[in-house]
Design a protein around this ligand. Structure first.
Ligand code: MF3
Ligand code: CO
Ligand code: CO
Length: 278
């Protein structure tokens, strides 16, 4: 969002080095959030954790005061599509939550998010989250010099719809660099062969928001929180990527697996072994 008609800025090798450091820090903050996630904690506690980590590393949490956003991270639970505001809301067993981290380091923004399982997920939550995780991977597979931005959305939409899900249309990926939101806009739906041609040094996010029900959304009274119109679940994953001479570099790639998302403890619904009998 907010990318509008903003220019596409091609990054120099030096710009990319700074962007890599910023993106690495955002990835580390997301890993930390995943490791600390617990049933019963509030989303304000996540905000505080991420805020302190980013500031301790000499960076600034980009969402804070961005167009008036009041907190340092977006926390979007269940039917919240994006831009959830950290609050005293406590995480409950079975919730899913997207944590979206953006930081500014050495003048460059790094932007990444993931959806996490709080406790044990329902079958439908797992389906949605795993489909959405795959949507981001499929989008990334389309990134190469000479390709078109529209190739990304076409591939994501085809897969999501085949899995019985829908793709949010009101929010899109965006160019990123010295500005949080630059050109190009990167839709997660649409037509292959359309949109700007990808070239080395372009940097943008891919951040599909995928719904179990319809794609339509509403904005709550706070002016930020986007929720699905049908109040069914929504999930999202986001990476910042660079187009290279040969393909794609995932700038927010993680050095280890994401706890409570890529890996998580499953609490069996019934104890294993022999059924109880007298
Ligand atoms: N990080 C979000 C994105 O992926 C933007 C959040 S804007 C904010 O584009 F103001 F809500 F922080
Ligand atoms: Co983001
Ligand atoms: Co983004």
């Amino acid at each position: 969002m907010f990318a509008g008609k903003a220019p596409i800025r091609i990054k120099s090798a030096r710009d990319l080095e700074a962007l890599r450091r910023s993106c690495r820090l955002a990835a580390e903050a997301l890993l930390l959030a995943g490791e600390r996630l617990r049933v019963g904690m509030t989303t304000l506690e996540i905000d505080e954790l991420v805020h302190k980590f980013i500031v301790a590393h000499g960076a600034y949490p980009s969402p804070l005061h961005y167009h008036g956003f009041p907190k340092s991270v977006c926390t979007s639970i269940n039917e919240v599509v994006c831009h959830g505001i950290p609050s005293r809301r406590r995480l409950r067993d079975g919730d899913i939550i997207n944590i979206d981290v953006t930081c500014k380091l050495e003048g460059f923004h790094g932007d990444t998010s993931a959806t996490f399982y709080v406790g044990t997920p329902s079958a439908e939550a797992r389906h949605l989250v795993e489909v959405t995780r795959r949507c981001l991977e499929i989008g990334i597979e389309q990134v190469r010099p000479g390709g078109r931005i529209g190739d990304i959305g076409r591939a994501i939409e085809t897969y999501a719809v085949a899995q019985g899900c829908s793709v949010v249309r009101d929010f899109v990926g965006h160019g990123i660099g010295r500005d949080f939101h630059e050109g190009p806009q990167v839709p997660h739906f649409g037509d292959a062969g359309r949109g700007p041609r990808m070239e080395p040094g372009m940097t943008f996010t891919i951040e599909p928001m995928i719904n179990l029900g319809g794609w339509e959304l509403e904005i709550l009274q706070d002016g930020w929180t986007a929720v699905t119109k049908d109040r069914r679940l929504s999930a999202q994953f986001e990476h910042t990527v660079a187009v290279t001479e040969t393909g794609c570099e995932v700038l927010t790639a993680r050095p280890r697996p994401l706890q409570n998302s890529e890996v998580f403890d499953e609490i069996p619904s019934r104890p294993a072994g022999r059924p109880v009998s007298g």
